[in-house]
Design a protein. Structure first.
Length: 175
């Protein structure tokens, strides 16, 4: 795992706030199998949160146990708006040269390299570029991509929505 990824994940716990700061996690997502996470981090930091809710109903019990407070199940916030609400936010990015595959892959690792082969097949077959979510230029997956159109994670919400709306194909392991 990339040290930047570990640090980024760690920041979700808001470790640098003063102890008396109000921490609230609204509709958080674990995003992986709970057995694969460091439960010590959850036990250390979740008790500092005033309120916690998650979008995976199956995790409310374990989060309640680790935090010492009731964890609520809530709807994914992306489902609180309708399409017209999202349409108003769309902004075209400044750097899109040609039609593209949006490769939106959460936490890519060596076991996911087969998805890169799929993306490259689509790129070759349909003459597309690839907009992706791989930050590290040293990542094996990123080095394997052909027609790399760049990482879109630094773009804003409006641009992200534009990529979703305008991609020729979306390859993802997350909705």
């Amino acid at each position: 795992t990339d040290i930047g990824e570990v640090a980024a994940d760690y920041e979700y716990f808001l470790p640098n706030l003063q102890d008396d700061a109000k921490r609230i996690a609204y509709s958080a997502s674990i995003g992986m199998d709970f057995k694969d996470i460091d439960q010590n981090l959850f036990q250390k930091y979740l008790p500092k949160f005033k309120s916690i809710s998650v979008r995976e109903k199956s995790y409310t019990g374990i989060i309640s146990k680790l935090s010492g407070k009731k964890c609520e199940y809530t709807l994914d916030p992306t489902l609180l708006l309708n399409m017209r609400d999202y349409e108003k936010l769309i902004e075209k990015p400044s750097r899109v040269e040609k039609p593209f595959v949006l490769y939106f892959w959460y936490a890519i690792g060596d076991e996911d390299l087969g998805s890169v082969e799929l993306v490259n097949t689509l790129v070759r077959k349909y003459n597309l570029s690839v907009k992706h979510t791989i930050l590290s230029e040293k990542s094996a997956a990123r080095r394997m991509l052909i027609n790399d159109g760049g990482c879109m994670l630094q773009d804003g919400v409006g641009e992200f929505l534009w990529y979703i709306k305008n991609a020729q194909v979306i390859v993802t392991n997350s909705y």
